[in-house]
Design a protein around this ligand. Structure first.
Ligand code: Q46
Ligand code: ZN
Length: 301
């Protein structure tokens, strides 16, 4: 690991990843051993490795898999679930909640997107649905935090985009922890935010975690992937660039560089589902499904 000027054997490397993650969880006050954590798993290396690490650290952690119904060219969603099931076979003490979007709400993500956002990629619809389901399952299951497998490369790509566009509101909120809010938004945490993607890939390999290699087919051409390519070039020429960029951002944020820039969002309860929303009346999730039903002539479910 050139960025840390550190070389470790496989066993010590895996231990190092576990220790480092534990240290970040404590440092950023993500959650305690008494709290219950829901980890969002996709079948990819980051989320499965995170689940494995949190389990090894002795945290009370369950998984959530959201079946998006993405089957464009490759059976992306089915393959993802198969990897998670294989992971669980080796760890029968862990428990997983599965929410299949089509059987629960009536349409897959690509179908819902085609009906409501014709001609556009389904990512906005997908993001909305995933965020909603994650929060709802966490809230109803009495979880204290939702953990996602975002790694340093992900965080730095988002940070880079936010800086390029001077999205100060987003910068003020970007960080390892998004605190809970009273009206029912569950705390969101990113325990891998300081680990490089390749470190996590190496961890998965060492631990024998089989994961889905394919990216979601809709991620092709995404701006964050373009930023990642540029950042990889920077990192190659100057090892440690990504980590420094992220840590110095967190320091500046901590020192108040972006304070006062977050807009206070006043939350309401959705009049239809009761979940927290920034909108008065129905939340964006309920409005989306109402439009889907309208266009397919389905009765309200
Ligand atoms: S948003 Fe878009 Fe991802 Fe959803 S449709 Fe695929 S690429 S999975 S993180
Ligand atoms: Zn709602």
């Amino acid at each position: 690991m050139r960025q840390h000027k550190l070389a470790l054997c496989a066993d010590h490397f895996a231990e190092w990843i576990v220790e480092q993650t534990g240290r970040f969880i404590r440092k950023y006050h993500m959650f305690t051993h008494d709290e219950r954590v829901l980890v969002a798993v996709s079948g990819g290396k980051d989320s499965l490795s995170l689940w494995d690490v949190l389990d090894r650290l002795g945290y009370r952690v369950d998984g959530l898999y959201i079946g998006l119904g993405i089957d464009e060219g490759i059976a992306y969603s089915d393959n993802s679930l198969a990897k998670i099931e294989a992971f669980l076979e080796a760890r029968p003490h862990l428990s997983l909640t599965v929410v299949d979007v089509k059987s629960t709400y009536g349409a897959t993500i690509p179908e819902a997107a085609a009906l409501t956002h014709r001609g556009r990629k389904p990512c906005a619809v997908c993001g909305l649905i995933k965020r909603y389901i994650m929060n709802r399952v966490a809230l109803e299951g009495g979880y204290d935090a939702i953990a996602t497998g975002h790694n340093l490369d992900d965080e730095v790509a988002v940070l880079f985009g936010n800086v390029l566009n001077w999205q100060t509101g987003y910068l003020a909120r970007q960080g390892p922890v998004l605190p809970e809010s009273e009206l029912g938004l569950v705390r969101k945490v990113k325990p891998f935010c300081r680990l490089y993607e390749r470190e996590i890939a190496a961890y998965a390999l060492i631990r024998g975690i089989d994961y889905i290699y394919d990216e979601c087919p809709f991620s092709e051409g995404a701006t964050t992937l373009y930023y990642k390519t540029i950042l990889n070039k920077l990192e190659e020429d100057r090892p440690g660039t990504k980590l420094r960029f992220y840590l110095e951002f967190l320091r500046a944020r901590e020192e108040g560089a972006f304070s006062g820039l977050t807009e206070e969002v006043v939350l309401h309860k959705c009049t239809s589902c009761g979940q927290p929303t920034g909108a008065k009346g129905e939340c964006a999730f309920c409005r989306l499904w109402a439009r889907v039903r309208e266009r397919t002539g389905q009765a309200a479910g």
